[in-house]
Design a protein. Structure first.
Length: 246
């Protein structure tokens, strides 16, 4: 537990110190390194991950895959509850908490998304969004091995979410915990099989396309899905004490 606490604190400090490393004029100062990691990820994906995800999709019937996706999405709801609270979005936090309780009980441990069928809206938030909401800039764009697009801020947020907020991290058995994470990765990859083929065929530079799409998407998420023109969210309005955008 102490090791997790140290890792969380280190991630917060890292995100704060490095948030200003990239300016709007140079959102990708680590492009050489990032392109190398991107190429590694692309090779590993085509050689290993994509075939496994394809087999997973081919072998398991759709209701089973939906149950797996719903289960992990329900666990992610717990992360959203905490991050909505950290942003003082109380109504959204209560909505997410309601989804978690309903799906964990009536939805058989989250295997069935009963809350969505009842029309309860999702309000997903992660710690990277929380940091951005409170004024921490993107920092440099960063491609993570196997995980793909991120930024220095979002990488720190990912560490915090994974170690501190994600229920899977509190599973005592390391083998079970690792198997759960691998299954979650394969399930998510299987959902993007058609999109990855389209990206390779349509984009002249898939790396640049993915980078720009990721940065724009994160800016919109931090701004509560209100479209913004800039690629970096450093200049987004700061929240007031009531949790509303100025």
């Amino acid at each position: 537990m102490r090791t997790k606490s140290y890792a969380v604190i280190a991630s917060l400090v890292l995100a704060s110190l490095l948030s200003g490393c990239a300016s709007q004029a140079n959102k990708d100062p680590l492009e050489g390194l990032n392109r190398g990691v991107y190429k590694f990820n692309d090779t590993a994906d085509k050689a290993v991950i994509k075939p496994i995800a394809g087999a997973y999709k081919a072998v398991l019937p759709s209701p089973v895959r939906s149950g797996v996706s719903n289960f992990f999405n329900n666990l992610g709801t717990f992360v959203s509850v905490i991050n909505n609270l950290l942003q003082f979005k109380i109504d959204n936090a209560m909505s997410e908490a309601g989804r978690f309780v309903i799906n964990s009980t009536f939805g058989v441990a989250g295997l069935i998304d009963v809350a969505s069928k009842d029309g309860i809206e999702r309000h997903p938030e992660d710690f990277g969004q929380t940091l951005g909401y409170w004024g921490v800039g993107n920092g440099a764009y960063l491609v993570l091995p196997f995980l793909g697009p991120s930024t220095l801020r979002d990488t720190g947020g990912l560490v915090v979410d994974t170690l501190a907020f994600d229920p899977i991290s509190y599973v005592d058995n390391p083998r079970t915990r690792n198997q759960a994470r691998v299954l979650n990765l394969i399930d998510k990859r299987s959902q993007y099989l058609p999109a990855s083929d389209l990206l390779d065929d349509a984009a002249l530079d898939p790396y640049a396309f993915m980078r720009d799409a990721y940065l724009q998407r994160r800016a919109n998420q931090i701004n509560d899905n209100v479209s913004v023109d800039n690629d970096d969210d450093d200049d987004l309005p700061e929240p007031n004490v009531n949790g509303d955008k100025k």
